[in-house]
Design a protein. Structure first.
Length: 126
């Protein structure tokens, strides 16, 4: 058995000595064909379409000082407005009639005052 082991060791030793170093062999790489495009200097426009809902960061609830029916509307939803801009007109017939009635009552009161003053003067004169 000893002889067998010695024989194997000798074979391995001779095998290790017998190897020659490989020289650095450079493999020649073949050029691969590639696609290319010549770049041109021009404006490029990209269009993207998205769906969604847009809401304003600030929303104002506007109202009239008095009640009434809108007869003219000068702006649409989403329009930009400025302070003091007229947005709509109200039907003012009810308020105009009320004002005319108040003016008539005032004039009647003035006539009553004038009549009372005339009666007072005539009473003082007699």
């Amino acid at each position: 058995m000893k002889k067998f082991l010695i024989a194997i060791l000798v074979i391995f030793a001779l095998g290790a000595c017998g190897k020659e170093k490989k020289e650095n062999v450079k493999l020649e790489k073949k050029p691969r064909p590639v696609r290319y495009v010549v770049v041109a200097d021009k404006d490029v426009e990209y269009t993207r379409i998205f769906s969604g809902n847009i809401t304003s960061e600030i929303e104002s609830n506007l109202s009239f000082r008095v009640n009434g029916t809108i007869i003219n509307k000068y702006v649409k939803l989403g329009d930009r407005i400025k302070k003091g801009q007229v947005l709509a007109d109200l039907d003012d017939n009810d308020y105009r009639l009320s004002m005319e009635n108040s003016i008539a009552q005032y004039e009647n009161s003035l006539a009553g005052v004038a009549e009372a003053e005339a009666g007072l003067r005539s009473a003082e004169a007699s």
